[in-house]
Design a protein around this ligand. Sequence first.
Ligand SMILES: CCCCCCCCCCCCCCCCCCCCCCCCCCCC(=O)SCCNC(=O)CCNC(=O)[C@H](O)C(C)(C)COP(=O)(O)OP(=O)(O)OC[C@H]1O[C@@H](n2cnc3c(N)ncnc32)[C@H](O)[C@@H]1OP(=O)(O)O
Ligand SMILES: NC(=O)C1=CN([C@@H]2O[C@H](COP(=O)(O)OP(=O)(O)OC[C@H]3O[C@@H](n4cnc5c(N)ncnc54)[C@H](OP(=O)(O)O)[C@@H]3O)[C@@H](O)[C@H]2O)C=CC1
Length: 425
Amino acid sequence: MSMIAAFYGGKSILITGATGFLGKVLMEKLFRTSPDLKVIYILVRPKAGQTLQQRVFQILNSKLFEKVKEVCPNVHEKIRAIYADLSQNDFAISKEDMQELLSCTNIIFHCAATVRFDDTLRHAVQLNVTATRQLLLMASQMPKLEAFIHISTAYSNCNLKHIDEVIYPCPVEPKKIIDSLEWLDDAIIEEIAPKLIRDWPNIYTYTKALGEMVVQQESRNLNIAIIRPSIVGATWQEPFPGWVDNINGPNGLIIAAGKGFLRALKATPKAVADLIPVDTVVNLMLAVGWYTAVHRPKSMLVYHCTSGNLNPCNWHKMGVQVLATFEKIPLERAFRRPYANFTSNNFTSQYWNAVSHRAPAIIYDCYLRLTGRKPRMTKVMNQILRTASMLEYFINRSWEWSTYNTEMLMSELSPEDQRVSIAPT
Ligand SMILES: CCCCCCCCCCCCCCCCCCCCCCCCCCCC(=O)SCCNC(=O)CCNC(=O)[C@H](O)C(C)(C)COP(=O)(O)OP(=O)(O)OC[C@H]1O[C@@H](n2cnc3c(N)ncnc32)[C@H](O)[C@@H]1OP(=O)(O)O
Ligand SMILES: NC(=O)C1=CN([C@@H]2O[C@H](COP(=O)(O)OP(=O)(O)OC[C@H]3O[C@@H](n4cnc5c(N)ncnc54)[C@H](OP(=O)(O)O)[C@@H]3O)[C@@H](O)[C@H]2O)C=CC1
């Protein structure tokens, strides 16, 4: 039997961000492979008119959880949704719930974050930095805690070209930033934000770097590990291939290309496309949780979960694959036949945006107006181009991430766990 799956048996596990992309796949795998776990606590806020219970019900009744219901029929009883808002003091958790969390939790997976590139500095710091600090404080009061696993991003140091599995200091101490946000007003914060983030491309990657520093500074005597995935994509194999439920990262642009909206992208064809399937990330998270709790490394380890140095793919190769797939399996009601090209030249990119994106959208909207319908294509196109411009930084550069710790961990796994983690069946 898998040592890792056995380890989670009987455990009380706390997951933040369980309603997100990564969190859902983590929960699914835990229930499927360790159905004898004691309980999974998830910190959830009501959202989009749905209560906590409705949100949990929706997740458990989704296709992703079909296999879980076969192996763990009482999954509803093993999931305990706790009302929490990570942007509030003490996460707005009730006293009783807090007491239960503090006294029972064995393992923490901290996935919650704001992943918006253009969030305000105040909100991004609240979520990605202050909430992490608050969770560490809670962790320090948990007598049964065995491991705290913090999810960061491989791009938290994307201002560097070669990135090792270490924490790099940020120029301004996180504590100073947290303190100053308390008394500065929003207008001033937004004015100083570009100066603070310096050579980071956006607020997201910058605040994730600050979050890592907080983990290092506030780790006390806790058993902590940090995992840095690169661009997390759809499931590779588990529980079935191709599951994804959001338009983050490359997903939105792939759909836009498949629908025939996106015809050209400012990208460097030879730059490395460092994508990693979400089930691979989850396998590493579970292995890291096990290793951190059982082997208790003397210092906090950082693990890179990247594909570039093991199985490199570039954006050209990926683009060709994407187009070939749409040739075989076209999307329904496409605007145009999918065809797209990459250009790294500014002028060519602007030319294609005008000729192949904006002009057809304007013409199509005129047609909609003339036929008595509401124009919408210009809005859609502007949205796609805005997203594309936000992602440009990442598709025109390559990074090298060292993976010594991740390789070391793989060599520590039993043959069964290596098989399950690296090439799951
Ligand atoms: C012949 C040979 C040719 C060869 C070449 C062929 C070329 C083929 C090309 C075609 C194929 C293209 C494939 C390549 C794609 C390359 C893309 C690569 C991307 C690389 C990404 C790298 C990122 C790395 C970062 C680090 C990794 C991380 O840590 S991940 C976290 C990443 N975070 C994100 O991805 C978030 C990014 N998004 C945002 O920040 C914002 O959404 C935005 C700023 C982009 C837009 O914000 P805006 O306010 O304008 O819009 P918003 O309100 O957010 O949304 C508008 C509507 O969309 C809905 N929406 C938004 N997000 C989601 C979601 N996640 N799920 C579902 N729906 C979502 C939203 O509800 C809005 O809807 P309406 O309310 O209905 O309007
Ligand atoms: N996706 C990717 O490509 C990558 C992601 N990562 C990291 O992985 C982690 C998970 O990312 P991913 O799953 O993609 O992100 P999602 O945006 O899908 O999920 C974010 C989660 O955080 C929760 N959350 C946000 N704000 C609050 C709040 N105020 N209170 C309570 N919960 C909140 C969300 O809850 P709600 O559902 O209520 O909004 C959601 O469950 C993040 O730390 C991210 O930085 C790293 C590399 C790549």
